[in-house]
Design a protein. Structure first.
Length: 288
């Protein structure tokens, strides 16, 4: 080993610079590799590659390679690693309701109650990488809620499978386009409509969605018709809720509004004071 160092000392400046620069480069590369997985295999491959390069430019001597390059570079990179340790991110504890996703930078833990926004161009993989794993975790954690299937049965199949494996929450599918596979729901059930204001809101939402009007469209020509019709529908809903709870559903309410003559509809609404107030548009005389 002393003979090798003596030869290096007696060598010309070009050789000394080559050895010095090579050791520095190897040390820096190894310093980076020490922070990566499979570091030992990668470092061995690096030195084998460097040995091949040495053999191409000079007569290769394994002892020279070991003494001048391998040992110094490993020592220097090891010291640098001790001086500048890798900053490990503190692993966040996953709560019982948190969602966790595997990424190339470690686990991403999100609190769904803080709000989650997914942004990406079409075909970027939002559904496969975020939405479907989210549904799986929601089922595992016993979440209940509503899933809007914008994928035409794709998300429904995923949710059904996971909630069957974790049956703490009943899975119900609602499809207005295929009633053969849909559970029956009653959005104006007496259990839901506990106050006349709820009847007004339910009637307005139903009619506004049918006509495409919203509460913010103050100048919309449709708004007048939506509000007028929703008042009548709200009155019918509240009357059914109070006096005919077994028939308090949208098909019966709409059938009463459409099929009853005006005088019969007026008599039906006048039987109860709050109902009379909600459906007051029916009692206005023409021209007033």
């Amino acid at each position: 080993m002393s003979d090798i160092f003596n030869l290096l000392i007696d060598s010309d400046l070009t050789t000394k610079l080559f050895v010095f620069i090579s050791v520095i480069i190897l040390s820096l590369v190894q310093f980076i590799l020490f922070r990566m997985p499979f570091k030992i295999i990668t470092i061995l491959a690096l030195h084998n590659l460097f040995g091949v390069i040495l053999a191409r430019v000079t007569s290769y001597n394994p002892m020279v390679h070991l003494v001048l390059y391998i040992i110094p570079s490993i020592l220097i990179s090891g010291v640098l690693t001790l001086i500048f340790p890798r900053n490990k991110k503190t692993k966040r504890e996953t709560g019982p309701y948190d969602l966790s996703f595997k990424t190339n930078k470690g686990d991403l833990v999100l609190n769904p109650f803080a709000g989650v926004c997914i942004l990406g161009v079409p075909k970027a993989g939002k559904t496969a990488s975020i939405v479907k794993p989210t549904i799986e975790q929601l089922a595992q954690k016993g979440y209940c809620g509503a899933i809007y299937d914008y994928k035409k049965w794709d998300l429904t199949a995923v949710a059904y499978s996971h909630y069957q494996n974790h049956p703490t929450v009943d899975f119900k599918m609602v499809s207005p386009f295929d009633l053969n596979y849909s559970h029956r729901v009653n959005p104006i059930s007496p259990r839901i409509i506990q106050h006349p204001a709820y009847a007004v809101e339910a009637a307005f939402v139903f009619l506004a969605n049918m006509m495409g009007a919203t509460k913010s469209q103050n100048s919309s020509g449709d708004r007048y018709w939506v509000e007028s019709a929703s008042g009548v529908l709200a009155g019918v809903i509240w009357r059914l809720r109070c006096d005919y709870p077994d028939y308090c559903d949208l098909p019966h309410a709409i059938s009463i509004v459409i099929n009853k003559p005006v005088n019969e509809l007026t008599d039906f609404l006048q039987k109860k004071r709050p109902v009379c107030f909600l459906g007051s548009i029916v009692f206005q005389k023409p021209g007033k």
